[in-house]
Design a protein around this ligand. Sequence first.
Ligand code: NAD
Ligand code: UDP
Length: 309
Amino acid sequence: MRVVVTGGAGFLGSHLCRALLGRGDEVVAIDNLITGSMRNVEDLMAHPGFTFQHHDVSNYVHVPGTVDAVMHLASPASPADFQRIPIQILKVGSRGTQHALGLAKDKGSRFFLASTSEVYGDPLVHPQPETYWGNVNPIGPRGVYDEAKRFAEAMTMAYHRFHQVDVAIVRIFNTYGPAMRPDDGRAVSNFLVQALQGKPITVYGDGSQSRSFTYVDDEIRGFLALLDSDETGPINIGNDNEFTILELARLAIEVTGSSSDIVHEPLPMDDPMQRRPDLTLARTRLGWKPEVQLREGLDKTAQFFRTVL
Ligand code: NAD
Ligand code: UDP
């Protein structure tokens, strides 16, 4: 297959490009590097099946030649970015998604949207099945991301219904692993980097809020299973083992052998209190399940951060 990956120089995008090339696909990565880095794809630049376009997909997207699939991952994803670059996030979720869908329509490609568990907002149903419509504050600081992704899902389904574009929507739950930015502001990267540097671990609030963390290799395996299927989705891909943020902080200290203390800082506005995927659809329709548990994944991620800090 010849696959276009928007956001191909990001954390998940670069792993995806590598996995696609590894199974013999050709990849055209498109990225404006707003939160990604060429370092993530350095090893791929000499690969004969890989091409890179430095481009903002919120502007018109042009790819010469045939395209079998368009995988739309371009979007900043860390809550720290929601305050820093809110308009870019809204633009890439709306205009960027429309351009990526337009490319898929033009080329007759399968379209794959990287959506998010954030469409469930601060969920009132737990765990979250795909049928849950969510509890999102549209005007809060997270609204720029949550609503952009909800709009992207709506636009994807409209192209599917109105233009018969073959689509797949994945709802990604907190994913971590090598190639995360050490300073991207997310809990896993913050905690591991703080622990490795012997700095205080910053737990927001009392740390009783929960998340379910997925190791990147599991997530990418799920993406490919969905891409290769006939499913439209949305389908949750995540890990259904749930941890409090305080448990995550303690585990980060343990796997790094750090002597850091835990300090508490204010909880950001609209921070979801709980999050865990219902994985019934992924297990039954895709035959997929997560395999890497948190301690092992944190250990691998800490090894990566040791090499870049
Ligand atoms: P990331 O920031 O590492 O990757 C996003 C990439 O998109 C970056 O390389 C960035 O430069 C690029 N990008 C952003 N705006 C662009 C634009 N207008 N034009 C071209 N490129 C653009 O983040 P990530 O964690 O790899 O996330 C990838 C995708 O997965 C995002 O769509 C995100 O919303 C989604 N997602 C990620 C998670 C997670 O836990 N990592 C969870 C839910 C959803
Ligand atoms: N968090 C924290 N300390 C940090 C960064 C994040 O306590 O240094 C908390 C954050 O408030 C949230 C959880 O960890 O409750 C997960 O945050 P992250 O930014 O990783 O992802 P989210 O699921 O909120 O998008």
